[in-house]
Design a protein around this ligand. Structure first.
Ligand code: CTP
Ligand code: MG
Length: 215
């Protein structure tokens, strides 16, 4: 900041109103960048933590199809156990994609020394990926019990099923990592980001004809 201010004083070039204005603007921008820095790191950390859980859903939508997980069976209420929206292919492809992106994260964090980001482990990425789609299955089970058809809107559950599934698995099998990594601020950002990303991905999926509905 001081370099720019001294430049402004020393050089006649900086005497024009335009340049003085530009210089002040840069100073303001510099200040605001410094002040949003911790928030930026927080958002980046939340995305970094959740990436292995966020990826399985879109990949399942992209690759899903074929044999349904419930094998077409009904529950005692006469409705489908899970429905045709939950298939083995979607499950396998989604989990694989979540684990693969997690391995890339672990590798790149080590390779480039990204110490400012939360540290993923093989266990954490596996629990995040498996948990995300298990949460989705459990949600569909209850969605059917409430009489909602495959693909019907069920806002809060549809958005947070992956977070709940991933965190429940982490709580059971790796609580140390969960509590050390998902601090309260990170959790709050995850809870804000998840519905926004979920909606954005679904609209994208709808526009590219991967999904039948934009939710
Ligand atoms: N999908 C899949 N297998 C999974 C999860 C998803 O094959 N385990 C695919 C299905 O083609 C599904 C699409 O991804 O239709 C979108 O997923 P989702 O929105 O979770 O399923 P819905 O069709 O909305 O079904 P539900 O009402 O049970 O959530
Ligand atoms: Mg759906």
């Amino acid at each position: 900041m001081s370099t720019r201010c001294s430049l402004r004083e020393e050089s006649p070039h900086f005497k024009s109103n335009f340049n003085v204005g530009a210089c002040s603007l840069l100073e303001v921008l510099e200040c605001s960048v410094i002040s949003i820095d911790p928030l930026f790191i927080l958002v980046l950390s939340a995305l970094w933590v959740m990436l292995p859980a966020y990826l399985p859903n879109p990949v399942a939508a992209l690759c899903g199809g074929g044999l349904s997980v419930d094998l077409g069976r009904n529950y005692s209420d006469g409705k489908r156990l899970l429905g045709d929206g939950k298939t083995y292919r979607g499950l396998a492809a989604g989990i694989l994609a979540g684990i693969l992106i997690g391995i890339v994260q672990i590798w790149s964090a080590g390779r480039f020394g990204w110490d400012f980001l939360p540290q993923q482990t093989l266990l954490s990425i596996t629990l995040l990926a498996v948990g995300a789609l298990l949460g989705d299955l459990v949600k569909s089970f209850f969605k059917r019990r409430f009489g909602k058809e495959r693909g019907a809107k069920w806002p809060v559950a549809d958005m947070y099923d992956l977070v709940a599934g991933a965190f429940v698995l982490l709580l059971i099998f790796d609580p140390g990592w969960l509590f050390a990594t998902v601090t309260l601020p990170v959790l709050i950002i995850i809870l804000i980001l998840t519905p926004v990303l979920h909606r954005a991905m679904n609209i994208l999926g709808y526009l590219t004809k991967v999904k039948e509905v934009p939710w």
